[in-house]
Ligand binder design. Structure first.
Ligand SMILES: C[S@@+](CC[C@H](N)C(=O)[O-])C[C@H]1O[C@@H](n2cnc3c(N)ncnc32)[C@H](O)[C@@H]1O
Length: 233
């Protein structure tokens, strides 16, 4: 494995990916090999959403790139018999040319597929469209009881496609990963921002390859990155 640009004040390249210096703690969280945490004497902490911005040559003004759109579409089309999508972090861009996970998912899914979006913003419920089976919960994604109760009320107890794109800290990404406890066999987990944000980078690295086929896409480009983990169970 290559390891270069090592400097604790910046993420470093590791095996072609960006990585942060984190501790790997024993865990019994389903699907993870370890629980990631910054050490107590680190200048960073587990609640930080963004620590560094990409170098200029890797920066992109585009939030959800064409590469991201392609990966999400290909991933969705690979899933057979999707009944339920759970998305953490909803965004419907105002500008019709801008893309987002939310916009792509809404356009891909058929009306018999339940989409449940979770976002703590006050505008959250405006995204609902019951005719299209699109429902939302305005809450922090750590309130799993509220989210799972709503999912059950809407007739679903398992998730076929889980999108993690909320608060990108280590702590919250681990929290959001725990929805994997409700992933159906063969289900997919898509994590956005796997190039630069500490939670997505380090949690994706922790995913157990014996349980998930995982791959990061859109690396090393002007892109925030996207990772896909496909359940082997
Ligand atoms: C980067 S946007 C991503 C939205 C969308 N998935 C997209 O592709 O654009 C992150 C969203 O997550 C929401 N968010 C941040 N922290 C959250 C939390 N703890 N629980 C639920 N939503 C959260 C924010 O309000 C914001 O709308």
């Amino acid at each position: 494995m290559e390891r270069m640009e090592r400097n604790t004040t910046r993420p470093y390249r590791y095996g072609g990916n960006w990585m942060y210096d984190v501790l790997k703690m024993d865990t019994d969280i389903f699907g993870l090999k370890w629980r990631t945490t910054f050490s107590e004497d680190s200048e960073y902490d587990d609640d930080m959403d963004c620590i560094h911005l990409p170098p200029e040559e890797e920066a992109s003004g585009v939030h959800f790139t064409e590469c991201n759109v392609k990966v999400l579409k290909d991933t969705y089309n690979l899933c057979s018999d999707v009944k339920t999508i759970l998305e953490i972090g909803i965004l419907k861009p105002v500008n019709e040319n801008d893309m987002s996970t939310t916009k792509v998912l809404h356009s891909l899914k058929s009306n018999d597929v339940l989409y449940l979006g979770v976002d703590k913003r006050s505008t959250t419920m405006k995204s609902e469209n019951h005719r299209m089976n699109i429902y939302c919960v305005q809450t922090c994604s750590s309130n799993k009881e509220i989210v799972l109760r709503r999912m059950k009320e809407l007739g679903s107890e398992t998730i076929d496609v889980l999108i993690i794109d909320g608060w990108h800290s280590v702590k919250m990404t681990v929290n959001d990963w725990e929805y994997v406890n409700h992933l159906s066999p063969g289900g997919m987990v898509v994590i956005h921002d796997t190039n630069w944000h500490p939670g997505p980078i380090t949690v994706f690295d922790a995913i157990d390859e014996t349980m998930f086929k995982k791959k990061k896409y859109c690396k090393g480009k002007a892109d925030w990155g996207i990772g896909v983990a496909h359940a082997k169970f």
